[in-house]
Write a protein of this length. Structure first.
Length: 304
């Protein structure tokens, strides 16, 4: 399919296509079964940030989900850079892009009357970009995140490995709807079946107590690339970083709390389960300033 130089591209089925024309078929397992592995990487100065970390996590997720991408890691990187170079030329200098990777088990032939069953076809692999929606994050960075713990619990690791970044997200949809009914504008923070804090739909959660940054254990949640940045920056700043199980009561008594996420990097939490938390907190401020120096951008100023 031919592509135009003045419209965004996507990469699908091994070729670049106009993004508006990139589609999955009705019998793709990503749609029929919700079996989709994904990852998302953002840019700074129109260059992918921590790309190798995101690509490694994506390929690890594919292996854990028994999906074999049709391209090698090097081939994915080459095409990602070409896609980014083209799409970056279409946005303003002060804007940044998110690059999304996804893979599914491919089409399920019999679902549209063709031959073949689940997993018989080659995997579907694609990439696309979108401009980071600054307006979506402005309230978050200016006023802090508000979190609600809904009745919905995190999917047990015995059912789905939490290290697979994937889009089978019905439980998140239900959790977010419940959070919105309880506190409009809030996000859901899920507990596991034992009552320990895990994560939100798009971010890792950490709290601070007596100068120590505390994170849920990495085997209980998706291991975030941005959470790894927080851990590294804490090491540079001499701030202790400890992984341990956290109860909701632990978090409600925190000195401060924050979220780490690929798109906005770091946001303070101003309210949890209706209780105000210190915002912005001093540890949050130190980590954010170190992150700014690391990427050469005032991240929150760029957003607001």
């Amino acid at each position: 399919m031919s592509t135009n130089s003045d419209e965004p591209w996507a990469f699908l089925h091994g070729q670049f296509v106009p993004q508006a024309q990139a589609h999955l078929t009705l019998h793709d397992a990503g749609f029929v079964m919700g079996a989709t592995v994904t990852d998302l990487c953002r840019t700074f100065h129109h260059r992918l940030y921590r790309w190798q970390d995101h690509l490694f996590r994506f390929l690890r997720s594919c292996r854990a989900a028994h999906i074999e991408p049709p391209l090698t890691a090097q081939e994915i990187s080459v095409n990602a850079e070409e896609l980014l170079a083209h799409n970056s030329s279409l946005v303003k200098a002060g804007d940044e892009l998110a690059l999304v990777l996804f893979a599914t088990p491919g089409p399920i032939g019999f679902y549209l009357g063709d031959s073949g069953g689940v997993g018989d076809a080659p995997a579907t692999f694609g990439m696309h970009t979108f401009p980071l929606p600054w307006a979506r994050y402005r309230r978050l960075v200016q006023k802090g995140a508000t979190l609600v713990v809904p009745r919905i619990r995190q999917v047990p690791r015995e059912c789905v490995d939490p290290h697979i970044k994937q889009r089978s997200r019905m439980h998140w949809w239900l959790a977010e709807r419940e959070a919105q009914l309880q506190d409009p504008g809030s996000s859901a923070l899920l507990l596991d079946l034992a009552g320990h804090v895990t994560e939100t739909a798009s971010a890792n959660f950490v709290m601070v107590r007596q100068g120590v940054v505390l994170s849920p254990p990495r085997d209980s949640m998706l291991e975030g690339v941005s959470l790894a940045v927080v851990r590294e920056l804490c090491g540079e700043l001499g701030i202790p970083f400890v992984e341990q199980s956290l109860s909701l009561d632990d978090c409600l008594s925190a000195d401060e709390a924050m979220l780490s996420c690929t798109t906005y990097c770091l946001a303070g939490v101003s309210r949890l389960q209706g209780k105000p938390l210190r915002f912005p907190g001093p540890i949050f401020g130190r980590i954010l300033q170190a992150w700014n120096r690391h990427v050469g951008v005032d991240i929150h100023r760029q957003i607001v």
